[in-house]
Design a protein around this ligand. Sequence first.
Ligand SMILES: [Zn+2]
Length: 80
Amino acid sequence: MSAQGQPQTPAPTTGLAPNSHCPRCGGDFRCGAVGGDAHCDCFGTRLTDALRQQLARDYPQGCLCMGCLRELIRLSASSA
Ligand SMILES: [Zn+2]
């Protein structure tokens, strides 16, 4: 029951149960790539090649949740 940091606002677009944990924030989320879905939320993000490589290096276990992806995209965009 302890709220830490900014509130998580999960935005499930598929309505399916989460099947993965975000290695960055620890939140549950649904990874379409893991679940074999036709669509994954990350397909809709615009990751740069540099950011993709950074993610692969920092989080070799796989996907991050949409909240973290959006944050990283914003951070990388603002630092560019
Ligand atoms: Zn996350």
